[in-house]
Design a protein around this ligand. Structure first.
Ligand code: ATP
Length: 270
């Protein structure tokens, strides 16, 4: 079956509490939450609410999570699609999907639209790409720009887009009135990794009180997604051994396993 292009849910479950660390990014998106909650307050003096912001950072650092949390905090619907869904699409479909998506969001506004991997559609025009479906991609990109330009001052739809390659994006996307704000979502430092462990240890039945500092020190370079993976893997390792609760050693084994996986992945890339 075709990839699901967008799903809409009034996602009030994801909140800023689920996003560990990323204090700077959270502060910046807090403003967007305020705009969505009180649009009239901000437009009353003639100001225009921003239409879009770009979340920039490495894979697995919580960009999608943060976008969902914005929708959750503002209690508005969350519409999403992924740029990579367009890669295998038939001619003419990309643009109409974008049109549909914006129509749905406008009908339910205030709302958040989230476009993951925007580089798949937003790569600079005229540059060579691998797929050969350049026209289709350009049509999709043009439709996206048209939709954003067509927002009235009271549309109350904010588009968040994620990328780990802001450098390859078409400059037209970053023009004023489009994705004119960039928010950096970096890999977590030691302290942030501790906080991410704390979040992902919540559902885990542990045999002992785990030293978060120790776990964070074992995981340099790990993203939030990697840490979530460690916690899950540790629980599965312990269960496989018929244990009643997860031990520190299970976490260490999980870290080893994830490090192994990351090394393999890097080998393929380089
Ligand atoms: P990609 O660029 O690969 O799409 P992303 O930056 O959008 O990645 P998410 O999909 O948001 O990353 O993160 C994947 C999962 O990793 C989240 O659902 C969450 O479980 C965990 N995670 C990532 N970052 C954090 C964080 N800062 N706090 C808590 N959990 C996190």
């Amino acid at each position: 079956s075709k990839a699901k292009l967008f799903d809409e849910k009034t996602d009030t479950r994801t909140s800023f509490k689920d996003v560990a660390g990323l204090e700077g990014a959270k502060e910046e998106v807090q403003e967007i939450v305020e705009f969505l909650k009180n649009p009239d307050k901000y437009t009353s003096l003639g100001g225009k609410i921003p239409k879009g912001a770009l979340l920039v950072g490495p894979p697995g650092t919580g960009k999608t999570l943060l976008a969902k949390a914005v929708a959750g905090e503002a209690k508005v619907p969350f519409f999403s699609l992924s740029g990579s869904d367009f890669v295998e699409m038939f001619v003419g479909v990309g643009a109409s999907r974008v049109r549909d998506l914006f129509k749905q969001a406008k009908d339910k506004s205030p709302a958040i639209i989230f476009i993951d991997e925007i580089d798949a559609i937003g790569r600079a025009r005229g540059k060579n790409n691998f797929t050969g479906s350049n026209d289709e991609r350009e049509n999709t990109l043009n439709q996206l720009l048209t939709e954003m330009d067509g927002f009235g001052t009271n549309t109350n739809v904010i588009v968040l887009a994620a990328t780990n390659r802001a450098d390859v994006l078409d400059k037209a996307l970053m023009r004023a009135g489009r994705f004119d704000r960039q928010i950096y979502v970096d890999l977590p430092d030691l302290n942030e990794r501790k906080q991410i462990f704390e979040v992902h240890l919540r559902p885990i039945k542990t045999a002992e009180t785990l030293d978060l500092d120790f776990l964070a020190k074992q995981t340099p370079g790990f993203s939030g997604a990697d840490i979530a993976n460690v916690c899950n893997e540790a629980a599965l390792i312990a269960a496989r051994k018929e244990k009643k609760a997860v031990t520190k050693q299970d976490f260490l084994d999980a870290v080893d396993r994830i490090v192994g996986g990351l090394e393999k992945k890097n080998k393929i890339i380089t």
